[in-house]
Design a protein around this ligand. Structure first.
Ligand code: FO1
Length: 321
């Protein structure tokens, strides 16, 4: 079976661990979000790609959900001694090697998709991890504070401000000019099932869909498209997705996000304007209905691998595969 999933960071990576365990023989392609990418100290850092790679490759810090296990932050401390930040972005010593390899390969002219494949040679994540695009895309957030109205990098808003300052707009800088990376459109067209894991619907899934061509490829695939709600009972399971949803005027609820993704077909079978054939929600949201979308309710907390496998199985059942 060919499974294609759009994935962001921690939530998406954890879900994908369940996909691998539930379908050990499946051919899984992950289209990874690169909107979180940031350049620090002239290093190209791709947080969501690394989170998927480390989580599926066995290098992730279980406690943090990002960065490496057994990590130290000596270089960052030394930089701080020189008064060089930012302090708000954890720069791990082991993680630094990944940033250095990626930066060197990009500087040598390799596209990000080749760089990602090379890094995955070491980590063997057991999936094909493709960045959404090889072009530079960064998510920036427009805020207004004492310094006036300005755009800051998503990571600064997310990590330094903890998304506590309202986002007046969330912008995928460069997305309009970006092209899907090689293999992305084929992976969507040739899939037997397309999954939208419980990643952040705005800055992760939304960023991937902002790359011209990808949204249409999801809508046009012959495969069933099933999403898993990142919101349970009105609250995000992790992270601050509510701050992102508020920025785009979407209600922080399983129904709100499901309606935001929209129905691929209307109840009468005519084409809809959305993406979903199925929407998996938690038991507390079992009353959610989205015209044209099959909704199923199961326990959605990925408390451990076994629980995640059950969620994946429910999503596949909803997809009818
Ligand atoms: N998340 C944090 O909460 N604090 C950090 O200092 C931090 C550093 C970091 C470094 C590398 C990396 O791959 C991920 C990192 N993350 C950190 C997570 C990251 O900000 C988020 O996973 C996504 O960008 C948002 O989903």
């Amino acid at each position: 079976m060919k499974v294609t999933a759009l994935a962001g960071g921690i939530g998406g990576a954890r879900f994908l661990r369940g996909v691998k365990a539930a379908l050990p023989d499946a051919d899984v392609t992950v289209i990874g979000n690169t909107g979180d990418d940031i350049i620090l100290h002239r290093l190209n850092i791709s947080p969501d790609l690394d989170t998927v790679m480390y989580t599926l490759g066995g290098g992730i810090s279980a406690e943090r959900g990002w960065g490496r296990e057994d990590e130290t932050f000596t270089v960052q401390s030394e930089l701080a001694e020189y008064g060089v930040g930012p302090a708000w972005f954890g720069l791990g010593d082991r993680d630094l090697a990944t940033h250095l390899v990626r930066t060197e390969m990009l500087a040598a002219g390799f596209p990000l998709s080749d760089v990602t494949a090379a890094l995955c040679q070491r980590w063997q994540p057991g999936v094909r991890l493709i960045p959404m695009t090889d072009d530079r895309v960064e998510t920036h957030v427009v805020i207004e504070d004492a310094e006036g109205r300005r755009a800051i990098h998503f990571q600064e808003w997310w990590l330094r401000l903890r998304a506590q300052v309202p986002a007046l707009a969330i912008v995928s800088v460069g997305a309009a000019e970006a092209k899907p990376a090689p293999g992305v459109l084929d992976a969507l067209a040739e899939a037997d099932v397309v999954l939208l894991p419980p990643s952040n619907p705005v800055v992760s899934i939304g960023s991937i869909l902002a790359v011209p061509g990808i949204r249409d490829a999801v809508r046009e695939t012959k495969a069933p498209v099933v999403g898993v709600s990142p919101i349970i009972g009105g609250s995000p399971v992790r992270g601050m997705a509510d701050a992102c949803l508020m920025a785009i005027g979407v209600e922080t609820s399983a129904g709100g996000v499901g309606a935001h993704y929209g129905a691929r077909r209307l109840p009468d079978g005519s084409p809809g304007t959305g993406l979903l054939d199925g929407w998996l929600v938690d038991l507390v949201d079992a009353d959610v209905t989205i015209p044209g979308v099959r909704v199923a309710a199961v326990p959605l907390l990925m408390t451990d691998l076994a629980a995640t496998v059950e969620i994946v199985r429910a999503a596949l059942e909803l997809a009818g595969v």
